[in-house]
Ligand binder design. Structure first.
Ligand SMILES: [Zn+2]
Length: 300
């Protein structure tokens, strides 16, 4: 288990042991903090019929083997890869919860990206949560729990997994990668070490670092706009990189220089983000050049 999740593992174990675990749980926290890992462990713990004295899943009983094969009849994993989760998915959850358990007495549903529930789906889910079956557990995951309705949140027991920025997380990253961990990386990943590891191992962290220094050079007049735009567009994460640079470097500098222009800088960035999403076939290079010009003008 990830070291920063161990205290949660201990607490959850105590609740499971005492049969005090809430029937609807929400793991929240930044992307890459380990919500899925903790949920997977909890599911294994709930479904194992032969767990040891510390309540660790045995990984060998019929239930564990079925789960590992992705074939457990008492586990429903809702595919949350699409942009929204509709009422059909919730109906599936309700039917599943109402049916009788096959292997043993517990049934578990895992719903990732819960913020993607449509309003109608969230309302339908509330009905299921009103009378949860004695043996049913619903585990929701979300990196954006603020987008969930207050009513839905009030029915869930939330477990906020805090962002990891400290020395321990940096050390964990260094231990799990042969690459040098850049200082900005954990902050760039909003404190999600697994996301940071992924960016590091895939080489994307290098491209992000290059883009960040490209922006720095551009705003100091040391690099052409054309080159900066080219560098940024070569990454898949232009909006993320720009947002991070603005938040961490540009805005603090502008605050010293000309604080009343900060809202304008925000406005330019938000307008660019909106156009990026909404205007199909937009000339990306031209739009980005426009944004950089506007932002640089604010520093003059
Ligand atoms: Zn087992």
């Amino acid at each position: 288990m990830l070291p920063w999740l161990m205290p949660y593992q201990v607490q959850l174990t105590t609740l499971v042991t005492k049969s005090n675990l809430a029937h609807a749980i929400l793991f929240t926290g930044p992307e890459g903090v380990g919500k899925t890992k903790l949920a997977d462990w909890l599911i294994a713990n709930l479904l194992c019929t032969n767990s040891d004295i510390q309540h660790n899943p045995c990984q060998q009983c019929k239930s564990c083997l079925l789960r590992k094969a992705g074939n457990h009849a008492d586990l429903l994993i809702i595919d949350a890869s699409s942009s929204s989760i509709g009422v059909d998915a919730v109906r599936q959850i309700t039917r599943f919860m109402q049916s009788t358990a096959q292997q043993q007495h517990k049934k578990v549903v895992l719903l990732a990206n819960a913020e993607r529930l449509t309003e109608a789906a969230a309302n339908a889910l509330l009905k299921t949560l009103e009378e949860p079956p004695e043996n049913g557990y619903l585990i929701l995951l979300s990196a954006y729990s603020a987008r969930l309705s207050a009513t839905l949140l009030s029915r869930l027991q939330a477990w906020p997994l805090p962002a990891q920025f400290d020395q321990n997380a940096a050390q964990w990253l260094a231990q799990h990668s042969n690459r040098v961990v850049p200082d900005f990386l954990l902050s760039y990943c909003s404190g999600g070490p697994l996301k940071a590891l992924d960016l590091l191992e895939s080489g994307k962290a290098d491209a992000i670092q290059l883009s960040l220094s490209s922006l720095e050079h551009y705003f100091f007049g040391e690099q052409s706009q054309q080159e900066t735009v080219k560098q940024l567009l070569a990454t898949e994460q232009v909006a993320g990189i720009l947002g991070f640079y603005l938040r961490k470097t540009f805005m603090p500098q502008l605050l010293q220089l000309n604080a009343e222009r900060i809202p304008l800088a925000h406005q330019y960035y938000i307008r660019w983000c909106r156009d990026e999403q909404q205007i199909l076939g937009q000339n990306k290079s031209l739009a980005l050049s426009g944004l950089l010009t506007d932002l640089r003008r604010l520093c003059l």
